[in-house]
Design a protein around this ligand. Structure first.
Ligand SMILES: [Zn+2]
Length: 406
């Protein structure tokens, strides 16, 4: 008799089991670290031997560290040495591309933003902007993390992003079409690069580092100059063919005659975008010229006309939120919008609209929540594109590619 063949298929199945086990260990440490190996085994349902094996490999790769023994040494057997994430060894590079500026940042393994830099990019072509972002990332690594190894670079932006090919298929507000972002940045940085849509990226961030209920099911509604959405249930973020899911920009809203680039009027994005609001503020004489940050600051300081504009806009965002809640019925809907954090009354206005319109949402105050990352949502989006991949598969291509390059 000959031994059973151990072909590539069998090796793949074993590799997938091994990375699923390691992923569960790393997430248990993320949630509860410092934590003893025996507790990890209980939490993840794995054998003590399997947890010991995964932990040893994660320690070897510098993702975990052992803490000094704190518990009383047992009379028999191995001591209880807890393990925790090693946040001092690696950093995740992050890039978010908004319509008028790019955010470049570094995050640690817990998703904490260590440093972020905003760079205006009006007038730059895609290739120029990406080259500039690579230079800034280099500066941040040298200046803020000279002793840490970069895990790679995560990139998030609005519009239609195909994660599989690392391409921005279409981003009309940037005037980008089929830009091979991953390949361009991998070439200029020498790092592993992952690209995804920013709403999906923030879903990953909420599920890893944010709202506990997001792990059941979550809708992310992003309202900036780009307006889009993403949905996840169980462990899966929905992409759909070519990652086109979540395009709510042209959802019709009531009481809007705002012309849209699609040729119709009253589309969600055209009506509630930051550019539209700033333009309206200038038209009514509230501002000397259209400037969204200035309008936001005016509202945050309590100017009643500016506040009213944001409250009217919040009701429109609430219309979209109510529809998404009824179609997808998530455990939680996360609103990412700068006014929610800065202008009092915006989140209640969104919830009021949901209360009036939704047929399924019983408790908007519990279900409609602000982002867990106010002020760092863009950096967090970029970094989470990469960190999501790491937590899914800690022994995956990210670290392999990096260790080959170094
Ligand atoms: Zn439209």
């Amino acid at each position: 008799m000959t031994a059973a063949p151990d072909g590539p298929q069998r090796t793949d199945a074993r590799g997938a089991r091994r990375s699923a086990g390691a992923s569960a260990v790393l997430r248990a440490v993320l949630d509860e670290g410092p934590i003893a190996r025996s507790t990890i085994a209980r939490r993840t349902g794995q054998s003590a031997a399997a947890v010991t094996g995964h932990t040893a490999e994660l320690l070897r790769r510098g993702l975990l560290r052992e803490l000094p023994e704190t518990e009383v040494r047992r009379a028999v057997g191995r001591p209880h040495v807890p393990v925790d994430l090693d946040t001092g060894r690696h950093v995740a590079g992050a890039l978010h591309i908004a319509v008028h500026h790019a955010t470049v940042a570094l995050l640690d393994l817990r998703g904490n933003v260590l440093v972020q830099h905003e760079e205006p990019h009006d007038g730059l072509a895609a290739e120029e902007l990406l080259a500039r972002a690579a230079e800034i990332l280099d500066d941040l690594l040298l200046g803020h993390a000279p002793d840490r190894a970069p895990l790679g670079l995560g990139v998030a932006t609005g519009g239609w992003v195909d994660r599989e090919s690392g391409t921005v298929v279409e981003h009309p507000l940037l005037d980008w079409r089929n830009v091979p972002v991953r390949d361009l940045l991998a070439g200029s940085t020498g790092l592993a690069v992952e690209v995804d849509g920013h709403a999906r990226a923030l879903v990953h961030a909420e599920r890893l580092f944010g709202h506990a209920k997001a792990r059941e099911s979550v809708v992310q509604l992003f309202a900036g100059n780009v307006v889009d959405a993403a949905f996840a249930t169980g462990g899966t973020v929905h992409h759909g063919p070519r990652s086109a899911a979540g395009a709510v920009a042209h959802l019709p809203v009531d009481d809007s005659a705002e012309p849209c680039r699609c040729g119709r009027t009253g589309c969600l994005e055209a009506t509630v975008s930051e550019a539209t609001l700033a333009r309206k503020a200038a038209e009514t004489g509230l501002l000397g010229q259209p400037d969204f940050p200035e309008l936001l600051a005016l509202a945050a300081s309590g100017d009643s006309a500016a506040v009213r504009m944001f409250h009217d806009r919040a009701r429109l965002i609430g219309q979209a939120a109510a529809l998404l809640l009824d179609v997808l019925n998530p455990a939680v809907l996360v609103v990412v919008d700068r006014s929610v954090a800065q202008v009092p009354g915006c989140l209640p206005a969104i919830r009021d609209e949901v209360r009036e319109r939704s047929r399924t949402c019983a408790d908007p105050a519990e279900t409609v929540v602000p982002t867990s990352f106010p002020g760092t949502e863009l950096a967090t989006a970029g970094g989470s594109v990469l960190l999501h991949g790491l937590y899914e598969n800690p022994f995956g291509p990210l670290l392999t590619r990096f260790s080959h390059a170094s």
